[in-house]
Every structure is written in C-alpha cells, then in structure tokens.
Design a binder for this molecule. Structure first.
Ligand SMILES: [Fe+2]
Length: 477
C-alpha cells in the first residue's frame, strides 16, 4: 500500500504514523496492514516499534500440529521427526539457499533492510551513494592494519565489503559476525584503492520485545538436560534428590504446593552418555552398553510421579544421527523409554504446552559459536542464536548438519521459552520477554572438562510457572 494511502487510512482512525512506521507498513500485504490498524485503534501516534510488536504477537495462532499427543494440552509444533535426507552437493546447495531465503525474509522485516538490493545492482551505485544488501558470510578476515573484510554472497555473486578499524558502529559489531550466517549491511560506495564498499552498520534479523503467552491454569514445567546415564560421573544421588523434590518428600515447606502442579518434565538431550562418543570414553563408563544405558535411564525416570509427562529430545551423546536436526531417539534403541510413555521428539523441537511455546535445542552449536565470537556465558550464547535467528549459524565445525532441502534450524518463530543444555553450566535470564533457560547437568566433571577448564554447575533445575511466568531455581547438588 502506498504511503499516501497509509497516512489517509491512519488519519481516518485518528492516528498519525511516524516515517519509519510508514516505511515498514509499505512492505506489508494489505491483510497485515488491516490487522495492525485494528489492533492499534485509538493510538494517537503509531511508531515502527508498535507495528513490529503487532506483527510479532500476531504470530500464526493455528500452526498445524505435527502430532497430537496424549498429554491433553501439549502439541508438538515442530520436531516430531526428521526423516532421512540426501547427501549430494545439490542437497547442501538447496539447504543453504533455504537458509538464505528464510533469513532474508526475516531481515526484510527490519525497515533498514527492507529496501536491500541484489549484489548485481551494486555496480550501478555512484560514488558516495548508500547501499543496503543482504548476504551470506562466506569469509571474514582481518587485514594487517586491523580492518575487517567481509566476503558475502547472495544467490548470484560474491562481493567484498570493508569494515574500517575504529570507524563507528560496524567496527563494534563485526566481532559478532560468524561465517555462514545471513546478515544485512548498510554502507557507502567509496572507491579508495582496492576498497569499493564501506560498511556503516551490520544488521541481524533480531526481534522486538514479545508479550509471552501464558497458561490459563497454574501449571509448572521443570527443565533438565545432560543426565549422562551410564557415565561414572553421573550424579545419581542428585537426580534422586530431584525425584524426591518432585514427590514432595524433600521439598522446603514454602514450595510444597509446587510439585503436584509440575505436569511436564522436558529433557534437552544427553540423557545417556552413549558409547564411542569421544576417544577412550570406555574408561569413564559405568555402563558400556548403550541399550542398558537407556534401560537404566527408564528405571530412574519411572520413579517420577505419574502425573508428569516426560519429553525427551536428543543431544550429541544420544544414540541417534549426529547431524542436526536430529530425529527422536529411535524406539528400537530406547524401547524402555517408549514403553513407559515418554514423548520422544527431535532436536530441535517446538512445543506448545498449555498455550506457551517452548523451543528445545540441545546446544551443540555453542561449541562453534563460542570459539568464533569468544563468548562462553550460556545466556549470551542463547541471545546470539535468537539475534541471528538460527540455531546453528556456523557450518563446518563440530556441528554436523543434515542437508534437508529446507533449513529447519532457522528460528522462524520467537518462542516464549528457549531451553538448551550441552554446556553443563546453568544460566537463566529473561531477554526481550523470552525466558532463556540453560539447564545444569546431572554429571560431574569429566576429563574433557578438566582439559578445557570447564567448571560444571550440576543439579541446577529451572521450574517455570506457565501461568505467571515466574521461575524457581532448584539447587540440588
Ligand atoms: Fe552433555
């Protein structure tokens, strides 16, 4: 819809539009514009942030569930299964094309990137003219003088963009750029020696603050991960304490009312330690047979109160394909878990529990991301994934990727809760309305952690009230 029409429409409703709101509205279909005007009726001034907020909160309420499950108020929206896929070069090309297209659509929601031009049009720019582009980072390197060169690709060609040392916003931002992610750039065409394009600002898709969904009833969810059953370092006594807390037998008086309302337990991967995951692992295994590890895990989980629905997604130690997205742990391997009614889902998975949307992802990609951006804090890493709107932005590191024709690792929808594990270090923080929950492990320090200087924080369990959004942090170790 054209700017004049938008202004007229707004004025008829008694509202004024800010210029940046007009810019964003111009990019939207009429149907969305109508929705936005209806929701913002009565507002004197409509800003871009208000428009973006409506767009975000008007997330499709009726995503088709992949599977209805027994738990009456839980639906698996994504991650029910990731069946086998190809492995040819063309499959990877298609995967990266999907990543590019999906992220580009998210970036275009930002007014600064809505007018991005293809790389093929860059040559028509005049000296000093501004450019806005969207591309996938093929390479990031630093020159001897401390400038950065970002080589980006769109679907047609590759181009080089400079980030000059100590020059403004882009130099502050460039350390967060990782290879293979899709970003937007705003800059100036300037021909100086071998420099043609100077970057002023780097754009990630990000998201505006959300208003989280809430459950109607007072229901709690407990979030755990990284049990590593089968490992000599599995902290069985800490897990038993957790079970006792859920049974209400070892619960502080002031929290006694909570355990009966904990209806769901989500386990974000590494339920077992696996076999042959790292060199000489057998020396650190108490149970060296993977089937027996799952049997033992099922025995431990069978101690939980019956009213709890247990949801398990795999991690890099579980007996399932390593490449992400990972399918659920197969029935033939984890039969005891299937038989006792655990809900086995893929990694990642998007669940809707009592109306609240929860994204579960084990967190293998943290290894690659943290080494590229030099960040170790769990919540900071989770924020970066949300900012980049991708669960595994770096390709070719420790995180193997399955070449589906669609990139399922793009975070298309911002969840109310983002649950990870893998780091064995707990972290919890509310960020732009989203609860970031990185659960602690039930495993002590392994030789691998000793080598890497990682200090695990076992037995820290977040328990979330889905009605109020309040979080209780259990310290069980
Ligand atoms: Fe783990």
């Amino acid at each position: 819809m054209k700017a004049e029409l938008l202004v007229e429409k707004a004025m008829n409703l008694g509202s004024f539009l800010t210029p940046d709101a007009i810019q964003l509205l111009e990019t939207l279909p009429d149907e969305d514009i109508q929705k936005i005007f209806t929701q913002l009726k009565g507002a004197t001034v409509i800003t871009r942030e208000m428009v973006a907020q409506v767009l975000e909160t008007a997330r499709p309420p009726k995503m088709k569930p992949e599977r209805e499950i027994k738990a009456p108020k839980m639906v698996i929206l994504k991650g029910k299964d990731y069946p086998s896929c190809g492995g040819e070069v063309e499959d990877f090309q298609q995967l990266f094309r999907s990543r590019y297209e999906k992220t580009k659509s998210l970036l275009r929601m930002r007014p600064e990137a809505s007018q991005a031009i293809p790389f093929s049009s860059l040559k028509y720019l005049e000296e000093g003219q501004e450019f806005r582009i969207i591309g996938m980072v093929a390479e990031k390197r630093v020159t001897p003088k401390g400038h950065y060169i970002l080589e980006l690709e769109d679907l047609e060609r590759r181009e080089r963009f400079w980030v000059l040392r100590d020059k403004g916003e882009s130099y502050e931002q460039v350390h967060e750029v990782v290879t293979d992610e899709v970003i937007g750039l705003v800059g100036i065409k300037r021909q100086v020696g071998n420099i043609s394009f100077i970057t002023k600002k780097i754009l990630w898709p990000e998201f505006p603050k959300i208003t989280p969904h809430r459950a109607e009833e007072e229901v709690y969810v407990a979030f755990i991960s990284d049990l590593h059953v089968g490992s000599k370092m599995f902290l069985e006594h800490v897990f038993e304490r957790f079970v006792k807390w859920l049974k209400g037998t070892e619960t502080q008086e002031k929290y006694k009312h909570i355990p009966p309302k904990v209806s769901y337990l989500l386990i974000a991967g590494d339920i077992c330690d696996g076999v042959g995951i790292y060199p000489k692992q057998e020396k650190e295994l108490e149970i060296a047979d993977v089937f027996k590890q799952y049997e033992r895990a099922a025995e431990l989980l069978s101690e939980l109160p019956e009213h709890i629905t247990v949801v398990i997604s795999p991690g890099n130690h579980d007996a399932v394909r390593m490449a992400e997205p990972q399918p659920p742990i197969p029935e033939e391997i984890a039969k005891p878990l299937h038989d006792m009614g655990c809900v086995l889902v893929g990694n990642p998975s998007l669940l809707e529990i009592e109306g609240v949307r929860i994204l579960m992802y084990h967190g293998r990609s943290f290894d690659d991301l943290s080494s590229e951006v030099n960040v170790q804090n769990p919540c900071e890493l989770m924020k970066l994934l949300l900012k980049k709107r991708h669960l595994a932005p770096v390709y070719g590191g420790k995180t193997a990727v399955a070449p589906y024709t669609e990139d399922y690792m793009v975070i298309e929808e911002i969840p109310d809760v983002f649950h990870c594990g893998h780091l064995h270090v707990a972290g919890m923080e509310r960020y732009k309305g989203v609860w970031l929950l990185c659960s602690g492990p039930f495993q002590g320090k392994t030789s691998y952690m000793r080598k890497r200087g990682i200090e695990p924080t076992p037995g820290i369990v977040p328990v979330l009230n889905l009605k109020t959004g309040e979080l209780l942090r259990l310290h069980l170790a």
